[in-house]
Each structure stands twice: as structure tokens, then as C-alpha cells.
Design a protein around this ligand. Structure first.
Ligand code: ADP
Length: 273
């Protein structure tokens, strides 16, 4: 088995001493170079988990290890360098007046040398296919392009893991596809470990593995195909099945042989168009 990039063991968290736990005994591993999707309806604990992985909240119980280091008050600053976060609203993530300046900003703050920046910035912008927009103002870009610039800014800081917290949920279908394809490129070309967090099951089809959260617990875990086979059980916990999966369920119920209708992950993602 390949090496672990991140390991979560029996993690529990509550916001106040006297309030109920919003994460309850959550355990999972993410392997180096893997794309793990974390899916769940609103309130299932996904954002709380993302904040813990990013070091914004410390777990009440349990253990989180990132690249072999245990997350604690002492290690939090080192660990934060390993993780790049991409958030929901691309407009809240810009600081620079051009795409190039924006990607440079995080590096300047981290004390990266000018020479090193000259190499990293164009490389990151190329990776997200935004070379032709390098001098443009980020605010004039489409939603998908803005998220790609935000991803370039993260990549330039060279984290080993990228967490996308509902990073496509404000985008139109083509923007969502642009971002998902960029994420796949990061995984394939840069071998970056990806954790994508979403309430939308259409988004998990391109991941290697999926964890489904419900009520602060891991409800299911498997490949996208395995998870989709749970069908109505996912609807019961407030998740809407992708149309292609619902259709294949209906056909199966009507006795049409499923062996003849094999849906690939790309077929499922095509629905986003
Ligand atoms: P999700 O991202 O899946 O929608 P969250 O992690 O945001 O789930 O929320 C999980 C639970 O934690 C919810 O019941 C929510 O009301 C509660 N919660 C989230 N943020 C806070 C907070 N800052 N203070 C108290 N409770 C919170």
C-alpha cells in the first residue's frame, strides 16, 4: 500500500463544552497522490473537518497526522504549509490587481526569493491554463477562471495536499468542469494529494475514493462506483444522486441488464456540462 499523506483517527469535535459533537469518531486515510472526495449534505460536518485539516480548529479528541506529523498547537504552523485551501467564493480569494500579482502575493508573504518566484509563478499559471490572462484583472474573469487563478496561487506555494472546500459550488457547469479538470491535472502532472469537499454527488465521480459523511460520522466509504451503488440510502441522508445513476437504477428495476450499461466516471461527470 502506498504512503499516507494524511491520517484521521477517531476524530471528535464540538464547538462548545456543553454542545453536542459535530464530528464523532471520524477515521480515514488519504494516500499520497490520491484524490479523495468527502461528500455530505449541509450540516454533516464537512466544513468543520476542513477547518481542522487546515489547522483553523484543533480536534477535541482523536488524532490527525499530516505527512507523518501529528497535528497539535506546536506543529500547526509547519503543517499549515503542507496544506493549500481553495474555498467556495473565488471573489474572496483575490488580493492582487493582475492574475500574476495575485499568484505572487502568497509567495511574497512567505519570503520566497524573487528568483524563485520568477520560476514558480509562470509554472503555476501554466498548470491551470491561464497563461493568456496573466496581465488581466482577476475580477473580470469568469467564475471557473477565478478558481483556476486561486488554485495557481495555492500551487505556487508548493503544498503537498490541496483541500477544495465546496470550491465549485458557486460556478456554472462549464466552470465546474474547468476546475475539476484542473484538479485532475494537478493530481496527474504534479502528483499532488487532493481532498475535495462537496455536497454534490456529481462532483465525486472523478475522485479515486469517496467518503460520505452524515451527522458527523463516516456513513460510507469506497470508489465512486461503490458509493453510487448505495442508491436510495444516499437519498435518505439528503444527497441527490447524479441523473445517470438514477437512470441506471430505473433501468435495472425494469430488468434491463446492467452489464450492458456500464457507466464510467467520465459519463457521470459529463452531466455537469
Ligand atoms: P457542513 O459543512 O457539512 O455543512 P458544518 O461543519 O458547517 O457542516 O456544520 C456541522 C454542524 O456544526 C452543524 O450542526 C452546524 O450548525 C454546526 N456548526 C458549524 N459551525 C459552527 C460554529 N461556528 N459554532 C457552533 N456550531 C457550528
Amino acid at each position: 500500500m502506498s504512503e499516507k499523506a494524511l491520517s484521521v483517527k477517531e476524530l471528535s469535535f464540538r464547538y462548545q463544552e456543553d454542545s453536542p459533537y459535530v464530528l464523532n469518531g471520524v477515521s480515514f486515510d488519504v494516500y499520497k497522490g490520491e484524490w479523495l472526495a468527502i461528500a455530505g449534505h449541509n450540516g454533516s460536518g464537512k466544513s468543520t473537518l476542513a477547518k481542522i485539516l487546515n489547522g483553523l480548529l484543533l480536534p477535541a479528541h482523536g488524532e490527525v497526522s499530516i505527512q507523518g506529523k501529528h497535528l497539535s498547537e506546536e506543529t500547526i504552523w509547519d503543517i499549515r504549509k503542507e496544506i493549500g485551501m481553495v474555498f467556495q467564493n473565488p471573489d474572496n480569494q483575490f488580493v492582487g490587481s493582475t492574475v500574476q500579482d495575485d499568484v505572487a502575493f502568497g509567495l511574497e508573504n512567505n519570503g520566497v526569493s524573487v528568483e524563485e518566484m520568477r520560476q514558480r509563478i509562470p509554472e503555476a499559471i501554466k498548470l491551470v491554463n491561464m497563461e493568456e490572462f496573466i496581465e488581466q484583472e482577476p475580477h473580470h474573469l469568469s467564475g471557473g477562471q477565478k478558481q483556476r487563478v486561486a488554485i495557481a496561487g495555492i500551487i505556487a506555494a508548493q503544498p503537498s495536499i490541496i483541500v477544495l472546500d465546496e470550491a465549485t459550488s458557486m460556478l456554472d457547469p462549464s466552470g465546474r468542469m474547468e476546475v475539476l479538470q484542473t484538479v485532475r491535472k494537478l493530481q496527474e502532472d504534479k502528483k499532488i494529494t487532493i481532498i475535495s469537499i462537496t455536497h454534490d454527488l456529481n462532483e465525486v465521480a472523478m475522485a479515486d475514493r469517496v467518503i460520505v459523511m452524515n451527522g458527523g460520522r463516516v456513513f460510507a466509504e469506497g470508489t465512486p462506483e461503490e458509493v453510487f451503488q448505495l442508491g436510495p440510502k444516499l437519498s435518505d441522508i439528503g444527497l441527490d444522486l447524479p441523473f445517470a445513476v438514477k437512470l441506471s437504477e430505473t433501468l435495472k428495476n425494469k430488468g434491463i441488464a446492467m452489464s450492458k450499461i456500464h457507466l464510467t466516471n467520465e459519463d457521470l461527470v459529463d452531466e455537469l456540462w
